[in-house]
Design a protein around this ligand. Structure first.
Ligand SMILES: C[S@@+](CC[C@H](N)C(=O)[O-])C[C@H]1O[C@@H](n2cnc3c(N)ncnc32)[C@H](O)[C@@H]1O
Length: 259
């Protein structure tokens, strides 16, 4: 689906905006909310997970990190590869599934940056377990995905309110309500299958993978001015579109080492 969306030039598959040139401004562009505050990027080993088509892998590399990008879509990988070539930026691009990071050794990254893609896999805990394995002690994992409550409400307007399309306790895929991705003149049929991972799933998966959550944020893009009744923009005025979590990999304890 992402190959299809990328070929059609849907904006979500393209790097958005133009990054500035100075390192300080690049860091602000990469991390406007300061989720990586206090985390050194120069010299860090960064895994950009499902980071195809965006600026993040490029900017981490330009700030001095050794970056590996993993993305399942050849088209999304190609976008980053050609952008890197154009800018003379060195990074490693691997086409692969985020659920299988076995090609990477334990403790091989200091940062795992993972934006807007857990929604596309049924088993978030499997991905997070893999992240916990490849992240080195003291390392930082930042990920964003669709908010599990709001995702269940898109497209459910009854005329007087929103009615969840599935119960919060149902972990199956959210039924597709509109498979057409539309931007101006461009229309693409891409029924991406989406999962609204519950907050407890995400947080407990981090804990089970040896990480401690030290930040959790819920927010919507845009200016919050809403839109027509029942629209996604209006829903996002009332509820957050996204959930974002930061977790740190713990150090092994002496007691754990004895087992
Ligand atoms: C919404 S885009 C996000 C792109 C980028 N992370 C960003 O925020 O700019 C979702 C990305 O997830 C990738 N993706 C979807 N399922 C995946 C999987 N199972 N393993 C790896 N990448 C996946 C898609 O190819 C696509 O590049």
């Amino acid at each position: 689906m992402w190959d299809r969306l990328a070929r059609a030039g849907i904006p979500y598959t393209q790097p958005q905006g133009t990054p500035p040139t100075t390192p300080r401004a690049k860091r602000r562009f990469l991390d406007p909310q300061g989720r990586y505050a206090g985390v050194g990027i120069a010299g860090a080993r960064v895994l950009s997970l499902a980071g195809g088509g965006g600026w993040h892998p490029i900017l981490f590399a330009e700030l001095g990190a050794a970056v590996t990008l993993v993305d399942i879509s050849a088209a999304q990988c190609r976008t980053v590869r050609s952008l890197a070539k154009e800018r003379g930026t060195a990074l490693r691009v691997v086409r692969g599934d985020m659920r299988d990071l076995t090609r990477f050794a334990r403790d091989s990254f200091d940062i795992v940056d993972h934006q807007h893609s857990l929604v596309f896999v049924p088993d978030a805990d499997r991905v997070i377990a893999e992240v916990g394995r490849v992240l080195a002690p003291g390392g930082t994992y930042v990920f964003q995905t669709m908010h599990p409550v709001t995702l269940r409400l898109y497209g459910s307007w009854t005329g007087t309110g929103w009615r969840p399309r599935t119960p919060y306790s149902d972990d199956r895929a959210i039924p597709v309500y509109d498979a057409t991705w539309e931007f101006g003149e461009v229309k693409v049929e891409a029924p991406t299958i989406e999962y609204g991972h519950r907050t407890q799933t995400l947080v407990n998966a981090c804990a089970a993978a040896g990480m401690v959550v030290d930040g959790l944020w819920e927010f919507s893009p845009g200016d919050g001015s809403g839109g027509p009744p029942g629209s996604d923009d209006e829903l996002e005025r009332w509820l957050p579109a996204f959930i974002e979590i930061r977790a740190r990999k713990t150090y092994p304890t002496a007691a754990a080492g004895r087992h």
